[in-house]
Design a protein around this ligand. Sequence first.
Ligand code: 5GP
Ligand code: MN
Length: 340
Amino acid sequence: MIKAHISEIKSLLKTPKNVVIVPHKNPDGDAMGSTLGLCHYLIKYSHNAVVLAPNDYPEFLKWLPGDEKVLKFDSQVKESSDLIENADLIFTLDFNALHRAGEEYGASLKASKATKIMIDHHQQPDDYAKYVYSDVSMSSTCEMVFNFIEMLGDIEKIDATIATCLYVGIMTDTGSFRFPSTTSRTHQVIATLIDKGAENSEIHNNVYDTNSYGRLQLLGRAMQNLKVIPEIRTAYITLSQAELDEFNFKKGDTEGFVNYALSLKGIIFAGIFIESKAEEIIKISLRSKGEFSVNEFARAHFNGGGHTNAAGGRSHTNLEETIDKFISILPQYKEQLSQK
Ligand code: 5GP
Ligand code: MN
């Protein structure tokens, strides 16, 4: 983000504003951590700041400080519309295109006259915000919010509450500091957050060690459904709606399952295909190791996108047809996927 923009944002923030902070639909740890972290920071300057999520998010994020004040566009339509209408400033965090907030929410954000600020690390950002801090090399939007606060000269304003929120998103988006996006700078930011009061061990516990019995049983089923195509170093998992129902599926239960497929020795491309009867789609999560771009793959074939090594998409045909399509596409990538 250029210096001139930072000083413009600084002067915008000099007087209290109505601020709406937006994470992407089906918010994950980085989306909720970054929006809540920024919200707590802005509240310190007496801004009327709220996090307005498109929809609900998993239980394992519901302990985050400020969770009880988060509003949801899909169930609180009137309050949400009023907030957007009265907003002076809209921050969109952890996504690169307004439709990622959902069709209706995205359209009302687009129609809003508020000044928009994007902070995001996804590829190919759309051009809707006046101020754009986009950097695909960043581990997480939470690391970028830390940088943003630093650019505003306010590191000393980061307290334990803000630090806790930002820690969560860096932790979840880096797979607990193991993905290649994790840099020495990421660790330095994490160290500062711990110094500011983020209880690292407790945070890991809250996010990763609060499984339900049903979720672990569902993981067992997902592992039984794992298929491997060794010659193109690809593995994939399917879960039907009936299987989700059998194990009392709750939002967030399948988070991280796809990484087990990627953890197989020699596998560099992994996917999970999850049937959603309610949305009438198959939700797809894709992961890769090395140069194979699942962002390109998801964009080209499954109306999706994301990052080089982690992307998502959707299919409007049934589970079986979606898998058939996936398998039929793979030969196009044989060369890239069979390279050592
Ligand atoms: P996940 O597979 O965990 O849902 O998402 C992996 C990454 O891809 C995340 O950064 C997420 O924001 C992005 N992503 C997931 N689904 C979609 C999608 O349908 N469209 C786009 N553009 N990005 C997605
Ligand atoms: Mn993210």
